[in-house]
Write a protein that binds this ligand. Structure first.
Ligand code: SDX
Length: 428
């Protein structure tokens, strides 16, 4: 006997089904609520609303659990590679060696970006924000692959579009960086692994041999794995809703990049470093900034703190915090803002305001410190988040398309003026 919930509306009792997930999460299924009762639900910001069922990523915010396709993030961060995690998210299972080699080699055959796309880069001011460039470059890819425009085309077209996105995103991100420093672009080296190739395209020079540091590659793999998916976050929900109109995958991913740009979402990793730098410039008076963060009349928020789902120490933040110490000591980097970050965390974890609101460091609080130690400028941090999140967005889009989900179109409750007649301008 399946579980149900009872609603009593205007004296009438209605029964609605209850959905239970594999991790025993419960939801009231309101799919037929309006037809049954004439009522809709209201949940601004979707804090209590499930948009879909999904088998990709599981989060438990109370217990600090994050799993991709059932595998704990701690194990994947320690033992897997980003390209293997991309395969897992998109195809649902860990690949065999043959499958992984085939996936990786197919991607290597598509790493070049059409030379004509360089003209788009030429049109951008050199200091324009990398996220704006990346969003438009990903949409521009659809111009070169007209077969990608109809997502209902045969399987192989969608799979090829997925490969092209995974293959070309590192090239695009590295070219955006090269443009920002006025250096010539470096073309892909296809005998390198995914992350090594990206690091060489970004920090290599045409005239000198670039030797990839295994410490850097390991740190980058870990960061990309930790960012790879996070269920129905703002940008993944954007990718799903854009894709639900049957817009092509390039357009859906470009929309996700734009949603990630916001400082409340992926843009937080840039905002955290800017905040830490401000505190350092301001003489390191941490308590002053903590008080500002708690002041309702002050728009300042403690960037990198708080999360819609995690109400406990976020698993990714724990891993990144440890990695920050490892990477900086291995690279011999001493970054004073790391000490400020740790002191902020220590104070916040004892401060009633943050404790009452269950505000803990999130994935963005420490990631920027590592990106900076690896040589990336601050305004590149969010495109690095997008590079990591790409396989997650693709897997969410693919799941939504394969399930034939309907176009996303929420309802509303109207609270404006009721019907009134037009009045000529002379009478106003
Ligand atoms: C990411 O969703 C995901 O999964 C996202 C992400 C992913 O992998 O995709 O995890 C990546 O986006 C991480 C979050 C990065 N953003 C930031 O670090 C920006 C700072 N954080 C906040 O703006 C905020 O915590 C959010 C946006 C992350 C969550 O906001 P919610 O869930 O809408 O919570 P809220 O704003 O309603 O806050 C609840 C209370 C409020 O106080 P009261 O009104 O109850 O008195 O907590 C306060 C807020 O004022 N609060 C903060 C705070 N975050 C929340 N106060 C000070 N500093 C903060 N950072």
């Amino acid at each position: 006997m399946s579980e149900t919930a009872k609603l009593i509306l205007e004296g009438q009792e209605h029964e609605v089904p209850v959905v239970t997930g594999t991790e025993n999460e419960k939801a009231i299924d309101i799919t037929k609520l309006r037809a049954q009762t004439g009522y809709i639900t209201l949940d601004v910001g979707y804090k209590n609303t499930g948009a879909t069922t999904s088998s990709i990523t599981y989060l438990d915010g109370e217990n600090g659990i994050l799993q991709y396709r059932g595998y704990p993030i701690e194990q994947l961060a320690d033992r897997s590679s980003f390209i293997e995690v991309a395969y897992l998210l998109i195809h649902g299972e860990l690949p065999t060696q043959t499958q992984l080699d085939q996936f990786s080699n197919t991607i290597k055959m598509h790493t070049l970006v059409h030379e004509d796309m360089k003209k788009f880069f030429d049109g951008y001011p050199s200091k324009s924000h990398p996220m704006g460039q990346l969003a438009s470059m990903v949409t521009a890819l659809s111009a070169y692959y007209p077969e990608s425009l109809n997502p209902n085309r045969p399987e192989e077209d969608v799979d090829l579009t997925i490969v092209r996105l995974l293959a070309k995103m590192p090239t695009l991100v590295s070219w955006i960086y090269k443009k920002s420093v006025g250096h010539p672009v470096i073309y892909p080296t296809n005998n390198l692994d995914y992350v090594s190739n990206f690091m060489k395209m970004t920090f290599g020079h045409r005239t000198e041999e670039y030797s990839v540091d295994p410490v850097v590659v390991d740190a980058m793999n870990k960061l990309l794995i930790l960012h790879a998916d996070h269920e129905q976050n703002c940008s993944a929900s954007t990718v799903r809703i854009v894709g639900s109109s049957q817009a092509n995958l390039f357009a859906s991913i470009s929309a996700g990049i734009s949603a990630l740009w916001g400082p409340l979402h992926g843009g937080a990793n840039q905002a955290v470093i800017e905040m830490l730098e401000n505190i350092k410039q301001d003489g390191g008076n941490i308590q002053k900034w903590m008080d500002k963060a708690k002041d309702k009349n002050d728009p300042f928020r403690l960037m990198g703190f708080g999360h819609r789902v995690y109400k406990n120490f976020a698993p990714r933040a724990k891993i990144i915090k440890k990695s920050a110490d490892d990477v900086l000591s291995k690279l011999g980097v001493n970054d004073p803002v790391l000490d400020i970050a740790k002191e902020i965390e220590r104070i916040a974890l004892e401060d009633q305001y943050f404790v009452d609101r269950k505000l803990y460091p999130n994935v963005d609080f420490y990631s920027g410190i590592i990106y900076r130690a690896l040589g990336f400028p601050t305004d590149m941090f969010t495109v690095l988040f997008a590079l990591g999140r790409l396989p997650g967005w693709i897997s969410q889009w693919k799941e939504m398309r394969e399930e034939g989900q309907p176009i996303g179109r929420p309802r509303q409750i109207f609270t404006g003026e009721t019907k009134r007649d037009y009045v000529s301008i002379e009478q106003r």
